[in-house]
Design a protein around this ligand. Sequence first.
Ligand code: ZN
Ligand code: ZN
Length: 406
Amino acid sequence: MSSITNDKIRQLVNKYEHNVIEIRRDIHMHPELSFQEKRTSELVASKLEELGIEVQSGIGKTGVIGILKGSRPGKTLALRADMDALPLDEDNDLPFKSVNAGVMHACGHDCHTANLLGVAMILSEIKNELSGTIKFIFQPAEENGGGGREMVKEGALIKPDVDAIFGLHVKEMPLGTIEVGYGNIMAYSDRFILRVKGKQAHTSKPQQGVDSIVISANIITALQSIVSRQIDPLETATFSVGQINGGTAPNIVPDLVEMVGMIRCMSKDTREIIKTNIEKIAKSVAEGMSGECEFIFKEGYPAVFNNNEMADYVKELAIERCQDIKDDLDLQLPPEFDLKELVRITDKPTLGAEDFGFYSHEVPACFFYVGTGNPAPIHSPKFMVDERMFRVSLNLLSSVAIKFLN
Ligand SMILES: [Zn+2]
Ligand SMILES: [Zn+2]
């Protein structure tokens, strides 16, 4: 029933592309770390206000929510972008290179924020032709701290209750490509700490002490059997002890070792099995060797779960748009290239994590990827995007919103 044609959307993308690039460069030049996105969130709030969108600031510390109402009642859709940067020195030669030493937008969150503002511009202009409500969620601290968790806790998905949520991430894929997956596309990711306590002694009289380093070595070895012997071999899981600290001198039997590690897996049950077994094994090995072990579990991000119906929205729209994408980007493709191949279906989830997971466990969700057209990987000091990708991301996210609401 939508009277908004694809050509109309392309026209609006064309109209606002320049503004979006300008905003993106401004944010790129002034990156801010997790929960410190003060300038960025002020910029977001002011741009939304300029559009006449109702703004809520200070959600989840530095988050911003914009609420746009269509002309008729209907469903509520949330669109999410993240705003934070990484502690990294930028190694790109750009007129808009980061001016904040040691901070860089190396995960493309500058693009996500600018893109969502662009979608807000596009949808504001056609709000009279829209049903329902759109919530633009600009969250802090995706990289460090779980801003998504805070946004959900502070009611980002209620009043009005959100029926579905979409978010996108840039990815080092060719320009014009889109990737979408079904089910769990990213992992549960949690941290654990093991604190092994022994008893100090001189190394000439080890029998008088309890060696926490020897206990820790045994614990690490014993823990390797969890994935190989406690988990269904068809399940995916991994865990690593990534940090180990202990001891003060070569001639002292140390009384304390602290180990920190990560658990990554694809299901809640597997997470529970790994968690329970780490604790059980670590404690019993320590006790069997006359020491003690404290286990601390720090729940991280839940898996990103893509709802089938929502993923279909993205996939089908992306396939419909392939010819436009080729034209809009002037892609030079070999004649035998099947345009549908611009849309990739994730066949394998990754064990990476994203705090979009918090939203995806509350309401039907889809998180998808747009190619940066640049081989530099995310989180690298040379990360960069070809800004023509906004023609794809603005069109797709706006189209998904219109299709869902109308
Ligand atoms: Zn990142
Ligand atoms: Zn990211």
